[in-house]
Design a protein around this ligand. Structure first.
Ligand SMILES: Cc1cc2nc3c(=O)[nH]c(=O)nc-3n(C[C@H](O)[C@H](O)[C@H](O)COP(=O)(O)OP(=O)(O)OC[C@H]3O[C@@H](n4cnc5c(N)ncnc54)[C@H](O)[C@@H]3O)c2cc1C
Length: 456
């Protein structure tokens, strides 16, 4: 079977694009999530053209072989994990920026373009592609679309879904379909573009994307506020949002996270505080906004408010924030990263609940949050070699999702469902929701070969 599969693939692909050495293919089995099973791929295919992707999907349909699309595999839900005998379809070699159009304010890109590379390229035209996951130096636009990624600046500019105007998608049977538009407006038919965003490779392979751009804003200036409790920092977030401010970033790091970042990168962040809030403005004159937000932080009980002196110092603070998840990994060797998003007004209850869960399960759980969005990443730190600790880690990870739902939130704000949260999706959307979503999957993928075992 595998031999036949490889021979068929090679009829439409150069040999260097089809990897079959088991040591090599095994290295494509996982994304970065813990506790997610992965199978052994039959082959890893690395196409460079749309026609090659179509050839892969036609072959997979004929031979009934599952296909797992992959970007940079920085995903945190097992969404890009291989299944036994599958074709891993890695889109990283399709990495061309095809067009940057300042009049239409769009970029047209292939799926393997790295997020930060696109940001830099459009920046040269005075333009801005806002969605900026902390993994932006690695993750791809295809993966960002697959997971509907967020990032640091989403509190002002919104998430990936708001920037995807149109897509070219190779369907399960190899047909090519275009959705959406490259115009500023357009409402022709169902919004299939939006349906593909966040579909985790389960409905089709994104081979080209039309992305909306904004004019490049001025460099942002960051303010750091220290708090004696997470509750006080959350209160400050509520006051800032209630006060009508529009920060370009509003991020929270708890004491555990701050210490982890300092331990890893010696950033000199203040370790005596319980929570550090970073707020930024990218307006032409951010000083009045920063002063107003600083005053609100003090009213909420901030022990110290320190505006960055310049953009270089601001960038250093952002770098510290971006390192958070990687730094927390070093605490006990492995992490499970929750992604619960709650209404901002419940952020304090969320952090309070996470603290209780950590105590109950006797674990270190560092919290880093896109606080302005209510999107928390409680990060369970554990030693994977310790069976009991691993069990407690999984239990606390689940308890955090249950808490999020209780507070009117969602189990995933930006990382997706993948393998990790399958049972939790059903709990969140209910049996009717699951039935209809399965029906949609059936329309696009009647043979069930596209990224099977994810979402449901
Ligand atoms: C240190 C760190 C920090 C992170 N910070 C953030 C953050 O701030 N915000 C955030 O949202 N996420 C964050 N993430 C998670 C991750 O980076 C994002 O989910 C990212 O969008 C994944 O992109 P990728 O290229 O690695 O995709 P992959 O992990 O390879 O794939 C992700 C999903 O998309 C599907 N897919 C990939 N390419 C295609 C395609 N061309 N067509 C169809 N489906 C496709 C895959 O099947 C999979 O389901 C972080 C991860 C790490 C490790």
């Amino acid at each position: 079977m595998s031999h036949d599969l490889v021979n068929r693939l090679l009829t439409g692909l150069p040999a260097e694009a089809v990897l079959t050495d088991p040591d090599v293919t095994a290295s494509y089995a996982n994304d970065m999530a813990s506790f997610c099973p992965a199978g052994a791929p039959a082959a890893v295919v690395m196409p460079r053209t749309v026609e090659q992707v179509q050839h892969v999907m036609r072959t997979a349909t004929e031979l009934r072989v599952p296909v797992v699309p992959q970007g940079a595999r920085t995903g945190l839900s097992g969404g890009a994990n291989a299944t036994d005998g599958c074709i891993v379809l890695s889109l990283v070699r399709m990495d061309r920026i095809l067009e940057i159009n300042p009049v239409d304010r769009i970029a047209v890109v292939e799926p393997g373009v790295v997020n930060a590379a696109l940001s830099r390229a459009v920046g040269e035209h005075g333009l801005y592609y806002p969605p900026d996951p902390s993994s932006w130096e690695q993750c791809t636009i295809g993966g960002n679309i697959g997971t509907a990624s967020g990032g640091l600046c989403c509190v002002k500019y919104g998430v990936t879904a708001e920037y995807v105007l149109g897509l070219d998608v190779v369907l399960a049977d190899g047909r090519l379909m275009s959705t959406g538009r490259r115009t500023a407006k357009g409402v022709a038919g169902y919004d299939l573009t939006r349906l593909f965003v966040g579909s985790e490779g389960s409905l089709g392979i994104v081979v080209r994307a039309v992305l909306a751009l904004k004019p490049q804003p001025p460099r942002q200036l960051v303010l750091a506020a220290e708090f004696a409790s997470a509750a006080a920092a959350c209160d400050a977030v509520c006051r800032i949002m209630e006060g009508g401010h529009v920060p370009s970033l509003l991020e929270l790091m708890d004491r555990t996270t701050v210490k982890a970042v300092n331990d890893m990168a010696h950033m000199g962040l203040p370790e005596t505080t319980e929570a550090l809030l970073l707020a930024a403005f990218d307006t032409p004159d951010p000083a009045p906004d920063l002063a107003a937000v600083g005053a609100l932080c003090e009213a909420a009980g901030a022990t110290q408010v320190v505006p960055a002196e310049d953009t270089a110092e601001s960038e250093l603070l952002l770098q510290a924030r971006r390192l958070s998840l990687t730094a927390l990994e070093a605490v006990r060797g492995v992490t499970m990263i929750d992604d619960v998003c709650v209404p901002r007004s419940r952020l304090g209850d969320m952090l309070d609940g996470v603290e209780r869960i950590a105590e109950k399960h006797r674990l270190t759980i560092g919290v880093v949050a896109h606080a302005g969005d209510g999107n928390t990443h409680p990060t369970v730190c554990f030693d994977a070699n310790d069976e009991d600790e691993s069990r407690r880690a999984r239990e606390s990870f689940d308890a955090i999702m249950a808490l999020g739902l209780e507070l009117g939130g969602t189990i995933t704000g930006e990382h997706g469902v993948g393998v990790l949260k399958k049972e939790w999706l059903a709990r969140e959307i209910g049996p009717v929701g699951v039935e209809l979503q399965r029906g949609i999957k059936q329309v696009f993928d009647p043979l069930g070969i596209l990224n099977p075992g994810k979402l449901f």
